[in-house]
Design a protein. Sequence first.
Length: 351
Amino acid sequence: LIIYAGASLTVCKRWRMRWLWLYKLGSLRSGFAAVRRVCSTPLSGSRFRCFPLEQRSLLRLQGPDTEPLLQGLITNDVKYLRPEGRRALYAHLLSLQGRTLYDVILYRLHTHLEEEPDILLECDVSALEPLQMHLKVYKIRKKVSIAPCQHLSLWAVLPWEQREDAACAFTSCLDGALILTPDPRAVVMGWRMLTDKDKNPLDVVADSQLGDDKDYHRHRYHQGIPEGVKDLPPGVALPLESNLAYMNGICFSKGCYLGQELTARTHHTGVIRKRLVPVQFSLMAPIPEGAEVLTQAGKSAGKYRAGQEDIGLALLRLVYVKEELHLKTAENTHVNLSASVPEWWPKASNN
């Protein structure tokens, strides 16, 4: 009995350390319930849904100077990706003016400190070539190889059934997956999985079925998670208005990086008047990107960013989020919309 209790305590400690950072983001149980509410197509008897992320691409950085190169360009601290730390890291790359150029998720392939750094960057498929050129501009003489990684497939894995043991379903990488890790942005986004191109994800994740990418994006918009160039227009979007801090994508204590000045100044003033929030439309109609969102009194509340069918994201002034809002389509149709604050946002935040 003593031996059994000691082993149990060790397992519990390991599990707790692995998932502690997730609880800072919100409740796992409420996050999984949110997935089930939003995904529209019922799949009986399946605990998980695997979504192919064909709109995302991978870039591989390998070499002794990989960490210094990335540390000077991304908003987060690359040191978190060291073998004793995380497996995935969310970040933005900014312009000199402090506006978002690319949203990326970094994946660590190397497993020991003595190994040569080997990191994958997930980005929008349309940003693959511009991002590669951007990195090469700042590479200079650093010893880093930068090349597209085309032999891997990227998947989002979301829980379908709400179960007590869902949190510990993937406490280690499954056979057949190169990487299987919690999505670093928010608990409600489940897991990210990388496999070989010829690997069937249903053979890797037991009790799963393939999901429709429309359901993935619908869930993402419902949770207020921006992804890609439509949600985060390069050179237009501001990182803190895009909830980068809420999505664990920035480190305010690291050294200098490109575009840091405006972001740091905004953070230290403590005032963010506009944020990207989920919006729901009263009817399905083609909404032009950038359409002005108005209050009932006709005041400008912000702008529509992007979406799908009757749901999307809008950059709104926070004082108007709870008001009745509307916009006009290209055909001059009046469309009502309602904005909401995601449940996973920090409760103590006033911004």
